[in-house]
Design a protein around this ligand. Structure first.
Ligand SMILES: C[S@@+](CC[C@H](N)C(=O)[O-])C[C@H]1O[C@@H](n2cnc3c(N)ncnc32)[C@H](O)[C@@H]1O
Length: 834
């Protein structure tokens, strides 16, 4: 039989707890009732609060949760009809607060409904500032696609995503609707219509508003003319600028001219900016707490039948349901203008003006409006200034800005990255310390005339240069890079072609950092007194000073020493490993972005650090073999290795392993780069070659040489074994790949793991797999389509069932670190041991 906890289905803390459905971070005031199911206080509230009264003598939550024993196909509930949990949907009762067990069909239906309602509400804020493809379906209405009178245009919301214009037209004909034009883009839930007359429009609105298509009710929204701006300007006698000034429409649920119904770049990008910083920290700590509680609940559920619950789960009730102590939240040393990197979108403002800034929402939800970043407190003044210099440039440019509907256009995005020349003394007054700036402009060159591109790039470089000089004091400007990207979204792959443009001297000859030949497109920053090179696409934490705190916390928790081998998993430019290198015997960094790996290697060199090895690969491809390489050493080596890195003995066997390193280090992405560098590219060498520029090929060639050099160097260093092996993992938002989790979990030599996460949800999901006891009988992973709709925690519980027999980790402590003041985001660090 299982532990007492499992054997007692009446306990609210046993396998019956059905509350691990994904929930957004919640304000403690508005927590779902289950969050506090572990606390007596909450139960008391429930007993007092609701009007769903249990019969006399019955448990206050009688049949308000589904019985997990009953639900499991491989188990039956021994309590029969006397079980306090419901054995079917029909038996289920609402909770005292009128909610349903979140795992029940009723709750799922209610959640779907409320999601739809919320979406409906959001449609009042439709902020389309880009015209739909003019005539993509060849219906000949061409031009603006809507007709010239905005009063005769409407927007249909909640259409099936897979519909295109022809399907919309078919539907309208079926309904007997007369119209002038109808447009629909696949993937969006929005369609556009225009009408010949007011009567036609009125009849259509009456017929269409509220009509059902599938499960959705169609909503008819207003279309706001983009000519708002045009009219205003012409009334004021101002010139119209930019190609998009001629665009006819902006669909908008807002009736007044520039009303945004409270939505602004500030509220979208920095939604906590209205709170004092101390309150923001409290809010984030509480959110993290709620997410962490899900780890205890999920791991309890995932614990296999017949296996005792681990101590940390049993003890969680003593600490309010947390899986371990949450030690608090570390504040950011700098609260305003802290971002060293800003990515600015290019698009149309609500007034139809070409704007560089932040989108007010999501394209798929019908928002394409872009607003200037001036009011966002996380953006630095320097970044704001460059955004506005670029904005002015675009308003005069003869090349078009990117149109998200048409997927056409040239100018797409501006990234501003800032670097410093030394450690910061005054955290709140960072600007004087910014000594380097990298500007990366994303464009889509396909189909544009090369000579026009060249002349626009020249003008761009001059504009930035002149703008920087015109500022007082002049703005730093170190590197200007062009990234060429053809994809639909602005998220370019790491290997999208890059070229550096020379920054010409300003006409008045004043000294800004003009460079005639850009050797390497990189800037520099400092963390823990080390200098870091940062190349255009390499990841670098956006809040340098707070990152320093984060890394030093991770180092302290990792309990490092000279006999420690530190795996820095997802190492980026090597920041964690390099700042901790002096405290360990050796660092092995793993990173898939080739230029970040090159940066890491260079960063080791410029800081005189010799005990680091960086591997360019996806962690999932090398984690297991690296653990084996470093933890499964010839017996005789053990004693020497633990005494320090300089005592290594190189055996023949090791030499073989070391030679294999070359295979490891040159993995897919690097091969792709090398292949790319070797490929003759006539376009690059002829037409796209800028007279002052450096082509992508040149950059790739030097990358190739550097990687070859590093492979040779790596071959020289012997593989050693370390008794104390620690991993610090810092994965992207999606968390660690399941193969990496399996490798870390199943290698018994790894006793300590520090998990740094920018997304506490994925930390929880990964920790479920790392910390849940292995089942006696491993379930084979079925390719179950239902998994697609599962929460990350649900998926992790399923995966845990197929985890090979291995000792689980246990959460020891956690700490939130605020790297992103004014936003809802927060880093979470958790120490796992076994
Ligand atoms: C959150 S960043 C952390 C970088 C670094 N630790 C730092 O603090 O600067 C995540 C890094 O993981 C890398 N990455 C993403 N997926 C990866 C994978 N499957 N294998 C290895 N690295 C990966 C990204 O390129 C990025 O550099």
């Amino acid at each position: 039989m299982a532990s007492t906890e499992i054997a007692d289905p009446q306990s609210p803390l046993n396998g019956h707890d059905s509350t691990d459905q994904p929930q957004p971070p919640q304000d403690p005031e508005t927590q779902a009732p289950q969050d506090d199911a572990v606390s007596g206080g909450k139960r008391k509230r429930e007993e007092e609060g609701g009007d769903v009264k249990p019969a006399a003598g019955q448990h206050p939550l009688w049949k308000t949760s589904l019985c997990s024993f009953f639900r499991r196909q491989d188990a039956s509930c021994g309590h029969g009809s006397g079980c306090r949990y419901a054995h079917s949907e029909a038996e289920l009762r609402p909770r005292p607060d009128h909610t349903w067990d979140p795992t029940s069909e009723r709750a799922k239906k209610a959640a779907k409904k409320s999601g739809e309602d919320k979406e409906c509400a959001a449609w009042d804020d439709v902020m389309m500032t880009e015209a739909l493809d003019d005539d993509e379906d060849g219906d000949g209405d061409g031009g603006d696609g809507f007709g010239s009178d905005p009063a005769l245009s409407k927007c249909l919301v909640h259409l099936p995503r897979n519909w295109k214009s022809d399907k919309l037209k078919e539907f309208l004909s079926e309904q007997g609707i007369q119209y002038k034009s109808a447009k629909k883009k696949k993937g969006m839930v929005l369609g556009f219509m225009s009408f010949e007359s007011a009567e036609q429009l009125e009849t259509a609105v009456k017929a269409l508003d509220g009509i059902s298509i599938g499960n959705n009710n169609i909503k008819v929204a207003d279309v706001l003319p983009r000519s708002f701006e045009r009219k205003t300007k012409s009334a004021m006698g101002l010139p119209l600028v930019g190609e998009n000034a001629e665009d006819p429409m902006v669909a908008n649920g807002v009736e007044d001219g520039d009303g945004t119904k409270g939505r602004s770049a500030r509220t979208v990008v920095t939604p906590l900016a209205h709170m004092p910083y101390a309150d923001q920290l409290e809010h984030k700590k509480n959110s993290v707490m709620q997410i962490l509680k899900r780890l205890s609940r999920s791991a309890r559920k995932a614990c296999p039948n017949g296996i005792p619950l681990p101590e940390w789960i049993l003890k969680s009730r003593e600490i309010g349901g947390l899986p371990c102590v949450l030690e608090g939240i570390l504040a950011s040393p700098v609260v305003n203008g802290y971002r060293n990197k800003c990515e600015f979108s290019v698009g149309q403002s609500l007034q139809g003006k070409t704007t560089v800034g932040f989108m007010l929402g999501n394209f798929r939800e019908g928002v394409t409006a872009v607003e200037e970043p001036l009011d966002c407190p996380n953006v630095s003044p320097i970044s704001c200034k460059y955004a506005s210099i670029f904005q002015e440039f675009l308003q005069q440019s003869s090349l078009p800005v990117w149109n998200r509907f048409k997927n056409t256009g040239f100018w797409r995005q501006l990234t501003v990255r800032e670097g410093r020349s030394g450690m910061v003394s005054d955290a709140e007054n960072c600007e004087p310390n910014i000594s380097e700036v990298m500007l990366m402009v994303q464009v889509s060159t396909a189909g544009f005339d090369d000579s026009l591109i060249t002349s626009e790039f020249e003008r761009l470089a001059q504009t930035f240069s002149a703008g920087a000089t015109a500022n007082s004091p002049s703005l730093p400007l170190t590197v200007l890079v062009i990234q060429d990207h053809q994809g639909i979204s602005n998220a370019a792959p790491a290997d999208a072609p890059l070229r550096s443009l020379c920054i010409s001297k300003a006409e008045n000859g004043s000294e800004i950092q003009a460079t005639n030949n850009v050797a390497e497109p990189e800037i520099h920053d400092y963390i823990s007194s080390l200098r870091f090179c940062i190349s255009p696409t390499a990841f670098f934490q956006v809040n340098t000073l707070a990152a320093e705190k984060l890394y030093s916390l991770a180092g302290d928790w990792a309990e490092l020493g000279p006999d420690t081998l530190l795996f820095d998993v997802c190492c980026g430019t090597g920041t964690i490993g390099l700042t901790l290198a002096h405290r360990v015997g050796m660092v092995v960094g793993i990173e898939m972005n080739a230029s970040a790996v090159l940066d890491a290697q260079r960063n080791a060199e410029i800081n005189g650090i010799t005990n680091c090895r960086f591997i360019c690969s996806k962690a999932e491809d090398v984690m297991r073999s690296l653990l084996e390489e470093y933890l499964t050493a010839p017996e005789k080596q053990d004693n020497d290795a633990i005494e320090g890195s300089d005592k290594a003995i190189v055996t023949d066997e090791e030499k073989i392993i070391v030679t294999d390193e070359e295979k490891i280090i040159v993995t897919d992405e690097v091969k792709a780069i090398v292949k790319e560098a070797e490929k003759p590219n006539p376009e690059e060498s002829s037409s796209h070659e800028h007279e002052n520029g450096k082509t992508a090929c040149e950059g790739l060639e030097s990358s190739k040489q550097e990687l070859q050099k590093s492979s040779t160097e790596n071959r020289k260093s012997p593989v050693q074994c370390y008794k104390n092996v620690v991993a610090i993992v810092d994965p992207p938002r999606s968390g660690l790949h399941p193969t990496v989790i399996k490798a870390l979990r199943t290698h018994p030599g790894l006793r300590r793991l520090v998990y740094i996460s920018c997304n506490p949800e994925s930390l929880v999901a990964n920790a479920i797999e790392l910390c849940t006891p292995s089942p006696d009988k491993i379930e084979k992973n079925k390719n179950n389509r239902a998994w697609r709709n599962m929460s990350s925690a649900g998926l992790a519980r399923h995966r845990a069932k197929s985890m090979p027999a291995s000792e689980p980790f246990r959460p020891v402590k956690a700490m939130a670190v605020d790297l992103f003041p004014h936003t809802v985001h927060c880093e979470l660090v958790m120490l796992l041991e076994r």
